[in-house]
Design a protein around this ligand. Structure first.
Ligand SMILES: Nc1ncnc2c1ncn2[C@@H]1O[C@H](COP(=O)(O)OP(=O)(O)OP(=O)(O)O)[C@@H](O)[C@H]1O
Ligand SMILES: [Mg+2]
Length: 227
């Protein structure tokens, strides 16, 4: 397969299997690539294994068998190198509701080790990008669902990731904000960033450049490419 120059392979899944206790595995021998410069939809109903696959790509959890390679590193061998270069937005807002928008950004900047002298410019750029400038002092708990996701996105982008993992970013978000959020990540793909957008909604899946369709841990469509 020949790839356009900006569509480098960012993730390689090879026979990825993960079990939690008995019963069906949460992921069952999932293989496939995820490319940069596009939005990959990780699509499936509740319990399909979307969150598990995203957690495996962060290196915060390891597969029972198979390998997950992200940015050329095996998550089992070098998770720190991966974690330094990815952005991750968990399924439920990973925000502190009793802190303001700016305080959340500062907290994540501390966690990600963003130097103090880079913060003002980075926050300014991200607050402009997510259109949250008017709400800098507002408590995160007082934001709408859409604004919470935009703040979550800003926090995930603090260290300019090459791969952005978004776990059901469209849930709890009104249709207009969902569209705005989509446009924002679409702009990121133009810079070559790879975006994984997990969803149970088929309309979101249709808008993706590539789709990984999961059901009960099995990959039903390895790579449903439109272009
Ligand atoms: N920490 C865990 N302990 C036990 N079982 C788990 C754990 N995490 C996930 N599972 C199980 O693994 C399967 C896949 O779950 P996962 O959360 O990855 O699905 P999902 O596609 O993200 O679903 P949802 O749309 O509900 O978020 C489910 O059967 C779930 O119950
Ligand atoms: Mg989930």
């Amino acid at each position: 397969m020949t790839l356009a120059p900006d569509k480098t392979e960012l993730v390689r899944l090879s026979g990825v299997t993960k079990r939690f206790g008995g019963g069906l595995p949460a992921l069952d021998a999932v293989s496939g690539p995820i490319l940069g410069g596009e939005i990959t939809g990780l699509v499936g109903p509740d319990g399909a294994g979307k969150t598990t696959l995203i957690r495996l790509m962060t290196g915060l959890m390891l597969p029972d068998s198979g390998t997950v390679e992200v940015l050329g590193f095996d998550t089992a061998k070098n998770p720190a190198a991966i974690q330094a270069s990815i952005g991750y937005m968990p399924q439920r807002f990973g925000l502190y509701e009793d802190l303001s928008v700016e305080e959340n950004l500062n907290l994540y900047a501390d966690l990600r080790g963003l130097p103090k002298d880079e913060r003002a410019a980075t926050f300014d750029e991200l607050l402009t990008f997510t259109d949250l400038k008017r709400f800098t002092g507002r408590l995160a708990g007082k934001l709408s669902g859409g604004m919470k996701q935009k703040l979550g996105l800003a926090c995930a982008l603090l260290k300019k990731p090459r791969l952005l993992l978004l776990d059901e970013p469209g849930v709890g978000v009104d249709p207009i904000s969902r569209r705005e959020l989509w446009k924002m990540v679409e702009n990121l793909t133009r810079e070559g960033i790879g975006v994984v957008w997990s969803t149970a909604y088929l309309d979101e899946a249709e808008a993706c450049d590539a789709v990984l369709l999961l059901n009960q841990g099995k990959l039903l469509f390895p790579a449903n490419r439109r272009k």
